[in-house]
Design a protein around this ligand. Structure first.
Ligand SMILES: NC(=O)c1ccc[n+]([C@@H]2O[C@H](COP(=O)([O-])OP(=O)(O)OC[C@H]3O[C@@H](n4cnc5c(N)ncnc54)[C@H](O)[C@@H]3O)[C@@H](O)[C@H]2O)c1
Ligand SMILES: [Zn+2]
Length: 290
């Protein structure tokens, strides 16, 4: 079954109160056994835009859907040409204070684990371990024929080899790791097939809009929430059910749900506390206070 992409949501209820105080978060995190669920908001301070924040990219473009990708070679050419240029920015992006703070909390034994909806690898680059990448990672590629996964760097080299004079120039990066390119430039881009089975279509190993997260990965996240005493949400609008379900799961079990995010989220109703602060400074303060 494919889910229809959820691009926005409308909150029917009144806006719930938010705070800038970390007192409650410090209390709960200090007791430990906390699961983290992060989203695009933790990486904006590393220069990767989010979808739905103030400068969010959904205001300008609609991300690639799974159906667009598999339906036509044109869709794939467009994706890979844009992504080929955008990959440089993603690969260069560095973790920020927020990622480092999460790693520090983990090092101090306060976290049961980290679930991220991000595909940029920055939690791990910031020192976190055993991160569950709910939506996969841009640094891997999967063959839709033989299902073999391989390193993005290897594909990058192959794409360079067949597109030595490709003239795409990075303008503004989108959260999916691609950039805007003229159709004319896209048309000049050559694709490569799977290096293993030599015929399969290559797709980044990320969950596109309209695609489901593999079930075992979902179960692993539910298990993590079950093994935790609280859930800490960092920088996610929780628009997509994919992440929101863990918030609802924790709330149903009576566990505290703490949200640190700029602006309201679709999980606000389920939250015990909502802290409206930029993550870099909020998490640095948290680390200094627990
Ligand atoms: N970096 C990435 O890998 C990346 C980036 C964008 C989107 N995505 C994909 O987008 C989808 C999910 O949406 P989402 O909920 O993660 O993102 P989202 O864009 O829907 O929400 C991000 C939220 O973070 C807030 N925010 C932005 N910068 C912040 C900061 N510095 N401090 C505190 N809050 C901040 C925004 O106001 C917004 O509410 C995921 O499926 C994910 O795969 C990934
Ligand atoms: Zn293959």
């Amino acid at each position: 079954m494919r889910t229809r992409p959820t691009l926005t949501w409308t909150d029917p209820g009144a806006e719930l109160p938010r705070t800038t105080s970390l007192t409650e978060v410090v209390d709960v995190v200090g007791r430990g056994r906390v699961a983290v669920l992060s989203g695009a908001g933790i990486s904006t301070e590393s220069g990767i835009p989010d979808y739905r924040g103030d400068g969010g990219s959904l205001r300008r473009h609609t991300p690639m859907t799974y159906d667009d990708f598999v339906a036509t070679e044109h869709g794939r050419r467009r994706y890979w040409a844009r992504s080929h240029v955008g990959w440089r920015t993603i690969a260069r992006a560095a973790p920020n204070d927020g990622h480092r703070a999460v790693a520090e909390l983990q090092k101090r034994g306060l976290l049961t684990g980290v679930i991220t909806q991000n595909v940029d690898g920055l939690h791990q680059a910031g020192g976190a371990t055993d991160v569950i990448e709910l939506h996969g990672s841009l640094d891997r590629v999967i063959c839709l024929g033989c299902r073999e996964t391989s390193a993005r760097d290897e594909l990058d080299r192959r794409l360079h080899a067949v597109n030595p004079d490709f003239g795409g120039v990075a303008t503004r990066i989108n959260p999916d790791g691609d950039v805007e390119l003229d159709e004319q430039v896209v048309a000049g881009f050559s694709l490569v097939d799977c290096g293993g089975c030599e015929q399969g279509v290559l797709k980044p190993d990320v969950v596109f809009f309209g695609e489901n997260v593999p079930r075992p990965r979902v179960e692993q996240c539910y298990q993590l929430v079950d093994d935790s005493d609280a859930l800490l949400v960092l920088g996610s609008s929780l628009t997509v059910m994919s992440g929101l379900r863990f918030v609802r799961h924790a709330a149903r079990a009576g566990k505290p749900v703490l949200i640190i995010n700029k602006g309201r989220t679709r999980g606000d109703k389920e939250a015990t506390v909502r802290v409206d602060r930029p993550l870099g400074q909020a998490l640095t303060e948290l680390v200094g206070s627990v």
